[in-house]
Every structure is written in structure tokens, then in C-alpha cells.
Design a protein around this ligand. Sequence first.
Ligand code: UD1
Ligand code: CA
Length: 504
Amino acid sequence: MRLTQNEGVVQSLSVMAQPLAAIILAAGLGTRMRSDRAKVLHELAGEPMLARVLRAVATLNPHPLVVVVGHQAERVRGAAQGAVGHAELRFALQSDQRGTGDAARCAVTELPATFAGDVLIGYGDMPRIDPHTLRAFIDDHHARGTDLSFISVELEDPAAYGRVVRDSAGAVAAIVEARDATPAQLALKEINTGIYLVGAALLRTALAQLRNDNAQREFYLTDIVAIARTHGRRVFAWRARDDAEFAGINSREDLARMETQIREEVNRRLMAAGVTFIDPATACIAPEVEIGRDTIIGPNVQILGRTRIGAGVVVEGTAWLRDVTIGDRCHLKICVRAEDCVIGEESEIGPFANLRAGTELEGHNRIGNFVETKKARLGRGTKASHLSYLGDTVIGRETNVGCGVITVNYDGYDKHVTQIGDRCMVGCDTQLIAPIKVGDDVYVASGTTLVRDVEDGALVMSHHPQREKAGWTANWHQRHAGHPKAVANAHTRSRGDSGNGAPG
Ligand code: UD1
Ligand code: CA
């Protein structure tokens, strides 16, 4: 058949912009982790390792992105959705883990039957993979017109990785798993990283021919390389320079090592951007965290999720922050825990403060020691300096919440809202029984239990009249004169080591 000139152009364009699907294998338990938790759910820099892999792959816009799940399928699914919920995600269930080749077979059933583009395959346990590397790998595959490419690296210690075996002409012949390798093959230093790019048709053909006559009685995905060669197809091992990117996590030791590497990398980037670290070795900061210039990060902190910290902030140390937005020049004193909240500029938090989800401080706020907030919106300049619980609360500006104030928000069934206006003085040890609304400029006398709404500008109190009985204490002791404790107390007092401060 002859093509018209235009049809020829359209065809070559479609070859260049080959549709891409991706498959990530994440069904295994990861026996070497010695864990009840699926390996890909183990966390690195505060998130499941699978999330990092999927984010890298999702930047290539694959349609679809298939994740093979098996062990703890529901939780793995949730982790995937949490990481790349926006992508065109599909899940394939591999109920028996019969090897990486079997997992890929499960995934292929999730591709549209008509899909004829390229398939990128990777493993869920290589969390340092860089999207730029994947892009360069894919471009090279197209530039060479290869049928099957995979990424290899040279390792001084090739450990348990699959070895890349080449023929006498130097072309890739096969990948041989370490457990199946001859001593000569074991000595090879070029290894399979576990990232492949292959046309869908060749992939389907090769997967159908996998056998499990190997040391692990598993269907190895790696065997598609030798199968492609026997079909006379072009196979290429793309050598990557940076081997650290492809390190697979197989043990707790691998996990800890990579945690350190990621931490060092993130901290270096932040220091280059003008952040001071008192002790980088104890600052665990997730890769997506942003921190402004001249901010000081003290020792022993975990700053996770999508946390954004402004400029000139001081985090004294021992803090756990996840998904928190912190304005410029805030001061977090020692021991702050904050999650899913906003701390406006120039606020002072802690020591020992617990800011739970939904806390929003407008700015210039003070949250002092042993204060817990939850779904609490505090206007500019409002303070709660000591020992309070503020839950389901909206407080205006410039209000002072005294020591020991408690919003009584829960009736055993429902949570209720407390509203407090601007410029109020809420006296120490006040309880606000929600739902309740306190107006602007209200004075609440200390020790008040508020059960009804209060008008603007009022003084409100629920004091019982103070009563006094003169000489009552001496009388009380006299009535207990024969009590064994009274005798013991008299004895310690006479030795002069009284601990209760009572006059002798
Ligand atoms: C694999 C490669 C090896 C390569 C190494 C790179 C094979 C046979 N070997 O070995 O050549 O050097 O990765 O890190 O592919 N999985 C499933 N279902 C299964 C088995 C595994 O989904 O039935 C998933 C696992 O969850 C894991 C990934 O596949 O995320 C890799 O499996 P793993 O057992 O870690 O393979 P390796 O022995 O490391
Ligand atoms: Ca592995």
C-alpha cells in the first residue's frame, strides 16, 4: 500500500510520540524485611517508599499507570492513591506472588486490549529513581529504535542483583538472577536495575513464554530479555552513571541507609538555599518541604509532608511537623507537635504545644506550654499561653485566653463549636460549654463555667460566694490526733525535715 505524503507525516509523528503505559510491581511482602507490613509501605522520609516511585513515574504521564498489588492490597492501593491520585491509576491484583514476571502478566491484563504503545516497567522498591533519568532512558530507547531496553549499572559489589550477561559480540544476551548464576556470571559487575521499556506486543509475547524452572520456582520478568533475543529483537542495556538512584530496598539496613542518603540530600539543598541547621544529622525533612532563608532548624526535628516554613523562622528543636504552613519570623520553642495547620507570621509556639489538624492562627499569636488546639481558628494577636484545650473554636483578634481555659466541645455524641469575639479577656480556669458564643470585649471572670451566650462588652461570672471558717484547720487536726499518720507527721516535724511547709 502506498501512503500519501500526509499520511506518511502522521505516521512518523505517531512513532515519535508513542503512547506510554507504566507498570509498577508492588505485590510482594518483602521477606527480607522481616515484617508484617508489605515492603513498599515501609516509610522513607515520612512516606511509603511506593509513593516516591509512583510520583517519579507519574511525571511521564503514562496512560494508564498500573500498580500490581497483592500483600496488603488495600493499604498499598491507598498509599498509591494518596501519592498520585490525579494520575490515571489502575490496580492489578496478584493474589499469589509467583514472581516479577507473573506480576507483570497480571498488570498487562489492565492495559486496554488495543494498547500498542510502549510499556515502562519498574519495581515499587526503588524509591530514589529520578524522573529525569527515566525521561533520558525513554528518549534513548526511541532514538536507537530498540525493541526492549532496560537500565543497567556497574556495581563494585553486585550483591544479589541480577547480572547482565553479554554474548561474545558484547550484546546483551540475558539477565541471570544471582541465585541462578554460575560463578563466572556472579563475577560480572553490570547489574539489572529493574527498569524496562518494551513495546506492548513484544511484552505480551515474551510474558506468555516465561517458565519457572529456576532456583526460586518463580516466573522472572528478567527472562523477557533472553526471550526477546531468541525472537531476533533488538535489546539494549542503557547504562546509568549514578547507581545510588537504583538501589533497591530489600532489608531494614537498606531502608536506614537510604533514609540517611535522602536526608543528607534534602538538607544539603536547604542549606544551599540559606537555611541553618544546628545538627543536620538529626533533622529529618521530607523532600517536598520548603523552608525560607535565614530560618534556623534546631536538633531532633521531623518536618514532613507538604510543610512550608517561611523566612527567619526559629525552630528550636524536638519538633514534629506535618503538612504545616508557618509564616515568616515565627518562633517554635522546644517540643512542638503540629499537623495539618497554619501558623501565621510572627507567632510564638510552645514550649510543649500540640497543634492538631485544622488549627489556623492568623498571625502574631501565642500558643504557650501545654496548650492543645484542634480545629481552632485564632484571629491576629490572640494568645493562649498556658494549659488550655481549644477545640472546635473560632476566636477573634487580640483576645487573651487565660491559663487553664477549656472548651467543652464533646457531649459523647457530637462536637460543638465555641465562638469568642475580639479583645476578650477569658479568665483563668474558665470552661465554655459548647455550643456557645461569647461576644466582643467580654470579660470572663476566672473560674467561670459558661453555659449560655454572652453579649458584647459584658462581664460574666459564675462565682459561688466565698465562705470562710476561722480556726477550722487546727480543729481538723485535733479531731485526728489519734490517727497513725498524725503521730508520724508529728515525729518528722520534730526531726525538722518536714516536707509540707506547715509551720512547726
Ligand atoms: C529484582 C530483579 C533483579 C534486579 C533487582 C533490582 C527479578 C526476577 N529480579 O530482584 O534482576 O537486579 O530486582 O532491584 O525481577 N513483586 C511482585 N510480585 C511478585 C514478586 C515481586 O509484585 O510475585 C514486586 C515486589 O513487590 C518488588 C518488586 O517486584 O517491589 C521486585 O521484587 P524483589 O523480590 O525485590 O526482586 P529482587 O530479588 O530484588
Ligand atoms: Ca528488590
